[in-house]
Write a new protein. Structure first.
Length: 417
């Protein structure tokens, strides 16, 4: 099997995901994606006629983001027309899955150069979704709108799922709030020390003016006392009728897990931030890198995708990590840097507990609670964060994984070169 190398990883800073408030909220979704594609091209003097494919992830594929963002953004970024583009959706795992697919194509010998990544305009998605609801289209749920599927595999609101998992695992709100404060503390240190600088680009508008050159979301002054005052964010959903079967979001879970007593505890301080952002990874074969003088930063060791309970939705990262470790022939003790997306504090907390990990190695520079979660862009962001940290610390292996709606998780292990 051929080697797949990571040559470069770039991302935008993350912007508040609210129309008119966030610095990136005025951008066209394809322009946002094009910003990182252009950076990958320019930073590496890439001949884009050699790009076999741009594999792109978008989760909220609606309105202006409903088309083939990968292809259109590549053209917008000045790529040669020979560079193809495709857009996929694995919800939160879209960008990480795009990277896995790109690496797999190179390892199979079918491709030599792939740019993989993802983007999400949460400001636009929320705005557009609200307009649809005002027009009488769509409901307020996060699960499937297919009544046949809901009868077989009930899927609830993700926040209610997080609260259910906390109840099942007997993880308390104070424990999760301590995790949230630590995420903010670590992210603040990383930002002040410039640990994200290598991967983060400045975003400009069409006239060359700076739109965003820093993270908008972090709240480094967060305290446990402050978090204790916050109202649970998903309490309203617990007893809210869902579509299409009229059951409440709580009942969708208890019909499968009848013994769980769901207590609303997750709030904005221990849930991932709603933000806009984009990220991209340049992948090549070993032969292409050597021929064109590209210096690889890491190689892909192993990849995995797995599913778990669609009703609890958020528990797949642990089996995904176990699966990718087995494929790599490694143990948890071989991993120097772990990145598990902080979709909700309980996801990362359960991950650490179930795998009995050293907390000092998990989300070393904070996570989505502090920095925000631009859905399909987050996976490649985490890859770049892990790679930057491996280079900073001198570590060898990094494992990246994240939960995705429907009860799924992609995972990848990289090795620093």
């Amino acid at each position: 099997m051929a080697e797949a190398y990571i040559i470069d990883a770039v991302r935008t800073p993350r912007s508040i995901g609210k129309m008119g408030k966030g610095a990136l909220s005025t951008m066209h979704p394809e322009h946002l994606a094009a910003s990182v594609l252009e950076a990958i091209k320019d930073r590496n003097h890439l001949d884009t006629a050699d790009v076999d494919d741009v594999i792109w992830g978008v989760s909220a594929a609606m309105g202006l983001a409903a088309g083939d963002v990968g292809r259109n953004a590549a053209l917008d970024a000045g790529y040669d027309v020979k560079a193809g583009g495709v857009t996929l959706n694995r919800f939160c795992g879209s960008g990480l899955t795009a990277t896995n697919l790109g690496a797999g194509m190179i390892m199979s010998g079918m491709h030599d150069v792939v740019v993989a990544g993802g983007s999400e305009m949460m400001s636009y998605a929320n705005y557009y979704g609200q307009k649809l609801r005002e027009g009488g289209f769509g409901g307020g749920g996060m699960g499937s709108g297919n009544p046949r599927l809901q009868a077989k595999h009930p899927q609830s609101n993700q926040g209610v799922c997080a609260d259910a998992i906390a109840a099942i695992e007997n993880i308390s709100r104070p424990e999760l709030e301590a995790f949230g404060v630590e995420s903010q503390r670590r992210a603040d240190i990383a930002i002040k020390e410039g640990r994200f600088a290598k991967s983060t680009i400045t975003v400009h508008d069409d006239d060359g003016n700076v739109l965003l050159d820093h993270e908008e979301y972090p709240r480094p002054d967060t305290t446990t006392e402050g978090l204790a005052q916050l109202k649970p964010a998903f309490e309203m959903f617990l007893n809210l009728p869902s579509e299409p079967n009229g059951k409440t979001y709580g009942e969708l879970i208890t019909q499968v897990y009848p013994d769980v007593d769901i207590k609303p505890i997750h709030h904005v301080g221990i849930s991932s931030g709603v933000v806009d952002g984009a990220s991209a990874i340049l992948l090549t074969s070993k032969e292409y890198a050597e021929k064109h003088g590209l210096k690889p930063r890491a190689r892909i060791v192993a990849m995995a995708e797995i599913g778990d309970s669609p009703t609890l939705m958020l528990n797949a990262p642990v089996p995904a990590a176990k699966k990718v470790l087995a494929k790599a022939g490694l143990t948890k003790d071989d991993i120097d840097v772990w990145e598990v997306n902080e979709a909700f504090a309980v996801v990362a907390e359960k991950f650490i507990r179930d795998l009995d990990l050293d907390r000092a190695k998990v989300n070393i520079n904070g996570g989505s609670i502090a920095l925000g979660h631009p859905i399909a862009a987050t996976g490649p962001i985490l890859i770049g964060t892990a790679l930057d940290e491996l280079e900073r610390s001198g570590g060898r292996y990094g494992l990246i994984t994240m939960c995705a709606a429907g009860g799924m998780a992609p995972a990848i292990i990289i090795e620093r070169i």
